[in-house]
Structure formats: structure tokens, C-alpha cells
Design a protein around this ligand. Structure first.
Ligand code: CUA
Length: 366
């Protein structure tokens, strides 16, 4: 299966935007070849043509040529702008995560393994099973150092950064088994931090997901932590005695902080509020919340975020605001949450949907 690509030595093209990356890459090679061959040939031609034949000869004076100078300004301008535009289009398609993905998966990197959890609760290690033809969004973070989630056959990768969430999306186009790599050096066993992505037909995927016991969905695990294990509910549950900020319906909306600032309540805001509660105190409340740093794992944080999102009627499918701020850029906190709040709750996945019955489906996604 490794050699099914139209270019030998290349991994398969197995996602909706894989061909775009390949075309851009070959365009860059073509441009390099078209420029480097005449230059090398010219170097040798001039070397011989203008070699020294008599000592201290006075060369003819050369005067300007408007035609030549215009040509060597305009042609490189067009070529470089075409590279810029091609790159921008591919980047835009890859790193603008759909706001209404068909499926969301949580990934936590750790020296040296990938821990994966599905919205329906199933967990995997170093493996990821997904259905073909669906848009899949990954919400990712790490327990320790920088990693990078990379699937060459999908022509996409994203850094996974300590202390924040980054996002990756793809739409697999072909069933198969594809390599998954860590693409950022992360210590001794970096090279062993890999696995496989299994792209399955809808029917096979439904069988797989129903055949794997679920230890509770992330939302259920988050509720358990919130209400029982961590006791968040004692301050954040509604009622007149509420001492903590209201959490219902905040996701994707602006929150006013003490000091007059506002922030959009997104994944990173919720995570930060659990770990550094005094850094972003909501207006009208006292900074009395203790930090939970060191008491919750990244996986538990993911579950808590999923639960708090569910309080806004969002079952795990809201994005980082649909902006381009998915690669760990500073704007993560500033993206508008508007589109998130519009996202209707998803129907239960894992039921045996037939392929093509999905209204948000593929096609116009590129
Ligand atoms: Cu994880 Cu390299």
C-alpha cells in the first residue's frame, strides 16, 4: 500500500488535501529546476566565452536595457507570488479547523506514546481508528514536552505544546493503515513514538466502535470529576450560595474579568482557569478558588473541558473559533467564539449511519 501514490517513494495520498500539498511541492521543485539549470549552464558558458585572452583588456561598456530589466523584475515577481498564493491556500485549507466536524477525538502526547480518546469514550494507545470520508478534528495536548502529531499519508502535522490545546483536522479518503509519527524530537525514544491510523469503511468503523468497551465518555468522566472527585460543584453549582463563576452557557462567549478585560471562554480559557484560577478572575467573584495544578492529568483536564462545554449545549464538537489560530499562535485566546455557540448538539455518533447521509459531509470542504 505504501507505493500506491502517483509518485514513487511517496506515501499514499489518503486525505482530502494531500494532493494539494503534493502539487505545491512539485511546483516548487519545478521552479527550482527551471531556474537552476540555466544558471549552471550560463556559468559554464560565460566561463569559456569570456575567459582571459589578453592581459588587462578593456571590456566594452554595457548600457542598460529596459526590456531585460523589466523582464527580470516581473517574471520573478509573478513566480514568487504564485508560490505565496499556493502556500497560503494549502495552509488555509489545512489549519482552518472545521467548526462542525463529524467526529472529534482527544489526543494526549506523553514520552513516549499517544493516548487517544473518542467522544464516545473508547480509548486507544498509539492507534487511531476513524471512518473514511468524514471530517475528523483532533484536540491535542501533552503531559510533558513538545511533540508533533504527524500523518504523512494525510500530508498534515501539528505541534503539540505543553500548557495549551492545538488542533488538527483531516478527511481521510481511502480505507487503509497509515503510519503515525511524532515529528518533533522529544527525548530518547522519540523515534519509537509512533503508531498507525486505521481508516475504515463506515460499517467496519461502527462495528469497531461498538465492539470496544467505553469507560464513559469524556463528558461523563468530566462530570464525575466535577461533581464528585474534585468537588468543583460545591462552588460552581447554581443557586443562591454559588461562590464560583457560572459555567452554564459560557462556552464560546465573552467573559468579563476583574480589571475590565474580557476573554472568550474557549478550551484554553477553561483549562487555564482550572490550573491558574487567580490569573483570570471573573468579574463579581473573589479569587478564592484553589489551583488544581498537579492534581489533575491532561486527560482529566480534557474531560473537564468537554464537560464544561457540554453545559453550553456543545457536545465536544466546537472548535477553536474557526479561526486560523490552531497551530499554537498567540491568538488562541482571542478568536471569536461566535460560530461555536451556533453549533447545534450533535446526534449520537456510533450509531450505524449509512455513508452519505451526513448533511455536513465532505465535498465542498476543500
Ligand atoms: Cu514525541 Cu518526538
Amino acid at each position: 500500500m505504501e507505493s500506491n501514490s502517483w509518485v514513487p517513494l511517496f506515501p499514499e495520498q489518503a486525505s482530502s488535501f494531500a494532493w494539494q500539498v503534493d502539487y505545491l511541492y512539485f511546483y516548487l521543485i519545478l521552479v527550482s529546476v527551471v531556474f537552476s539549470i540555466p544558471i549552471v549552464v550560463g556559468v559554464f558558458y560565460f566561463l569559456i566565452r569570456y575567459r582571459e585572452r589578453e592581459r588587462y583588456a578593456t571590456p566594452d561598456a554595457i548600457h542598460g536595457s529596459i526590456v531585460l530589466e523589466t523582464a527580470w523584475s516581473i517574471i520573478p515577481f509573478i513566480v514568487s507570488m504564485s508560490i505565496f498564493l499556493g502556500g497560503a491556500i494549502v495552509y488555509y485549507n489545512q489549519y482552518r479547523v472545521p467548526t462542525d466536524p463529524d467526529m472529534e477525538v482527544y489526543v494526549v502526547g506523553k514520552q513516549w506514546m499517544w493516548k487517544v480518546q473518542h467522544e464516545t469514550g473508547q480509548r486507544e494507545i498509539n492507534e487511531l481508528h476513524v471512518p473514511v470520508g468524514r471530517t475528523i478534528k483532533l484536540t491535542m495536548t501533552t503531559e510533558d514536552v513538545l511533540h508533533d502529531f504527524s500523518i504523512p499519508a494525510f500530508r498534515t502535522k501539528t505541534d503539540i505544546v505543553p500548557g495549551r490545546y492545538t488542533y488538527l483536522w483531516f478527511q481521510p479518503t481511502k480505507p487503509g493503515k497509515y503510519h503515525l509519527f511524532c515529528a518533533e524530537y522529544c527525548g530518547l525514544n522519540h523515534s519509537g513514538m509512533g503508531g498507525y491510523v486505521y481508516v475504515m469503511d463506515e460499517q467496519d468503523f461502527d462495528n469497531w466502535i461498538s465492539g470496544n468497551a467505553s469507560g464513559g465518555t469524556p463528558v461523563e468522566q468530566g462530570r464525575d470529576l466535577f461533581e464528585t472527585k474534585l468537588g468543583c460543584a460545591s462552588c460552581h453549582a447554581g443557586g443562591p450560595q454559588q461562590r464560583g463563576a457560572k459555567l452554564e452557557g459560557i462556552y464560546g462567549h465573552e467573559v468579563k474579568l476583574v480589571g475590565g478585560q474580557t476573554v472568550v471562554a474557549n478550551d484554553d480559557y477553561i483549562r487555564n482557569s482550572i490550573l491558574n484560577p487567580s490569573s483570570q478572575v471573573v468579574e463579581g467573584f473573589q479569587p478564592i478558588m484553589p489551583t488544581f495544578k498537579g492534581q489533575v492529568t491532561e486527560e482529566q483536564l480534557v474531560a473537564l473541558v468537554a464537560y464544561i462545554k457540554s453545559l453550553s449545549g456543545i457536545t465536544g464538537t466546537a472548535g477553536p473559533g474557526g479561526g486560523a489560530a490552531t497551530t499554537g499562535n498567540a491568538s488562541t485566546g482571542q478568536t471569536t467564539g461566535q460560530s461555536n455557540s451556533m453549533t447545534p448538539p450533535k446526534a449520537d455518533r456510533g450509531a450505524s449511519n449509512t455513508q452519505g447521509s451526513n448533511p455536513n459531509a465532505p465535498a465542498n470542504r476543500r
